[in-house]
Design a protein around this ligand. Sequence first.
Ligand code: MG
Length: 290
Amino acid sequence: MVPAMPLGRNVLALVFDFDDTLVPDSTTKFLRSRGIDTADFWSRAGDLVRRGYDTALAWLTLFLQLVGEDRPLGKLTNADLREFGRTLDNDAFAGLPAFFYEVRATAAEADRDAHIEFYIVSGGLKEIITSCGFIAENFRAVYASELGEDENHGLNSIKRAVNFTEKTRYLFEINKGLDATDTSTNPFLVNKVVDQRRTPWENMIYVGDGLTDVPCFSLVSRNGGRVYGVFNPAEESRAKRAFEDLLAPQRVSSLHSPRFGAIDDLGSGLRLSVGNRITALKVEASQATH
Ligand SMILES: [Mg+2]
């Protein structure tokens, strides 16, 4: 992961959902690669939600029920998930990963005190996401769901379940400039009162796929940040989409295809938002010194 920059620079955070925002749904792809009927999987997860299960606990519970000797996924370890994650670089949506370098370069050109940081806040599996090469190279932190292992490394428990509303908690961590390694073992740090927000909301841009990211969209836009909704009409995530539809009022003002190139509407909109924010910060700084 990319190390933190010291305070005293203008930190801009670009926060992304992962599945269906940067790559097609990785859980669906993983399950399918292991021969699981994913339409049935997501439909059964939906049944659990209708019976009162939390959304993240519903699918993580079903996932674990598939793990073990004589079960469909066999003995599965976090190392297996990491191995799968390393195959996802080829799945990145159009314009990635060049987008990450280009945005950083554009920002540095506009103002050498500006510093761009990339974050993932996802309900997906952290071991898969962090093993994806372009994530490891460009992102400062990944907040996502995690599974625990028994003494033989077989997955056997839910360590962390990130559902759609809990995602906002991690936005507060980014806003306050908390270190993800510290907060992973001390969750109460997010309640700490901090004098200076390392990453002001106005410097935050959130990109999510529009169905499950509504609480994050509301939080960021209400506080002056920018939000972009992504809609990927890809067939292969349809079953998971139906599951997510259960909980997501479609309240995003605009939806874009997940294309991050300089002349794509999402890619150019994000570049413009970064450029505009840096200009606004320069104006603020010059007014403060005059
Ligand atoms: Mg998503």
